[in-house]
Ligand binder design. Structure first.
Ligand code: HEC
Ligand code: HEC
Length: 225
């Protein structure tokens, strides 16, 4: 009992520290995104759009579809980065690390995604990351998608993933607008950019990722082939 309380206090202190660090990292990251990332992208975009637009003005009604496909292709590497795909595996065990190896300790998905029998995710994963290399990351909702809708990202091409994300039978009954809200403000998705010590970040900043997904949605969410 005493041990449990002490552990809670220690974890709590760590979390206060962690929250401070993550806020400053986040603000640095987003100001970086605003200055470097976004302006480079905005330029690339304008360049892309102007050639696309001149083609579409004359002939192609598919300009929006092309923009949507390009936007999804930009967002796609985030979905299949280790921070995201480790919780979106094809099998019934979560994955770990940058090489996405199968989770140690014989952890299984279970019907609701929170583990089987006594081996629930919350046995080890707390409400926030525990500091230190190889310590369990955390979030109040930590778990895999449920067995009935596995929402597999591992091994999907951009086109396959795009079609799956749009399908309410496969995406947890979400509209495209709800998918956009999920990727831009869900805190479990947000964990990907605050993954704890020793874990790499997804290849785009979260604002750039959310902007690409929004662009995809605005252009009627057409999918790559
Ligand atoms: C027995 C303790 C334990 C249980 C139970 C457990 N985990 Fe873990 N998990 C860990 C530890 C420790 C790590 C960190 C490993 C490392 O970084 O080397 C980890 C890492 C992970 C990662 C890797 C994060 C990343 O991006 O590298 C995922 C995903 C994960 N766990 C999901 C789950 C899910 C989902 C459950 C429940 C179905 C679960 N775990 C149950 C201990 C556990
Ligand atoms: C700790 C595990 C975990 C991590 C890490 C994780 N997810 Fe998820 N994800 C889930 C669970 C669980 C659901 C289902 C929740 C629900 O339906 O309410 C989900 C659902 C989703 C959905 C909605 C439905 C669908 O068809 O996929 C999207 C989109 C998504 N995640 C994207 C991401 C992205 C992007 C990342 C990385 C930045 C990520 N997830 C990281 C566990 C995780």
């Amino acid at each position: 009992m005493a041990k449990k309380i002490k552990r809670g206090v220690v974890a709590g202190l760590f979390l206060v520290g962690l929250a401070g660090v993550s806020v400053s990292v986040w603000s640095q990251q987003s100001s970086f995104a605003n200055t470097a990332g976004t302006s480079a992208k905005a330029r690339a975009f304008r360049a892309g759009n102007s050639s696309g637009a001149s083609a579409s003005a004359t002939a192609s009604p598919d300009a929006d579809a092309a923009a949507a496909k390009a936007a999804f292709e930009r967002a796609y590497p985030v979905f299949v980065s280790p921070r995201c795909q480790n919780c979106h595996p094809a099998g019934d065990a979560p994955l770990q690390g940058d090489d996405s190896h199968v989770h140690a300790q014989y952890v299984k998905r279970g019907p609701d995604g929170h583990g089987l029998y006594g081996m629930t995710c919350h046995t080890c994963h707390q409400d926030a990351n525990i500091p230190g290399a190889n310590m369990p990351p955390g979030n109040p909702k930590w778990g895999l998608p449920p067995a009935k809708t596995k929402m597999v990202f591992v091994g999907k091409t951009a086109g396959e993933l795009c079609r799956q994300l749009k399908d309410p039978k496969l995406n947890g009954g979400r509209t495209i607008a709800q998918i956009i809200t999920h990727v831009s403000s869900d805190d479990l998705v947000g964990w990907g950019w605050n993954p704890g010590d020793g874990r790499t970040l997804p290849p785009l900043s979260r604002p750039d990722f959310a902007a690409a997904m929004q662009e995809w949605a605005n252009d009627a969410a057409a999918c790559p082939d």
